[in-house]
Ligand binder design. Sequence first.
Ligand code: CO
Length: 279
Amino acid sequence: MNTRQIVATITGQPASDGAGVKLNRVISFQRELDPFLMLDEFNSEQADDYIAGFPSHPHRGFETVTYMLDGRMLHEDHLGHQGLLVSGAVQWMTAGHGIIHSEMPQQEEGRMRGFQLWINLPAAEKMKPAAYRDISPDEIPVLSGEGWQVKVIAGQFAQAGQVTTGAVSGISTEPLYLDVALQAGSQLSLPIPSGHTALLYVFEGRMAVSGQTLAKGELARLGKGDAVELGCEQVAGRALLLAAKPLGEPVAHYGPFVMNTPEEIKQAIDDYKSGHLTG
Ligand code: CO
């Protein structure tokens, strides 16, 4: 086993999106994070920070993965899908050729906390039909051992000779999406396909990669290897472990559209204006 080490650390920036939802934009189109495009974290007990939600808006050319930790959000799209995201649920949306959707809070008080991750699609799949999947909390495998717990949202998690396949599979970038919780004084070593871009985002407490500690709010890009060694010393920690196969293709993006060339972006804008985004 060749253990992956931290090669770079990123801290998010405050941002506002939708109709004025306050966010922590953890990643934002850094080339070396290919195929990951964006990671937004929302976490507030102040209704003013989230109540305006994300009214009707389009997407083309990539996938969005929303993972709710606390709160309730309703998704509705032009295909007639309706999905209520509750605490612990995941929504996997393939924008492909085009989707028009809204994501609106279904609460007027209390904590709203979760993540939205944008994963790029290869050129050959950017114009495929839109798709949407709601994954309820009980569909997500939860594994645990001494001092650790892992939720397998996507990809495969192998431990002690047992391989668990997550709630989502069959995506061409082969994403691995794990929610990893470690108690103080515990460790967990797990495989990550070599060749995948791999990231660890600590969102509670602290967590170390091969003994190098990350604080809450820090994202590490991991170097080459086929495994990672996570640990918590005095303080417990919780993190997202994200990995996927890089595409190595040119990226052109504008607002909610992510394509390969500026011409394709112009086409997406024209299609949206003329009512042809969704085919
Ligand atoms: Co959206």
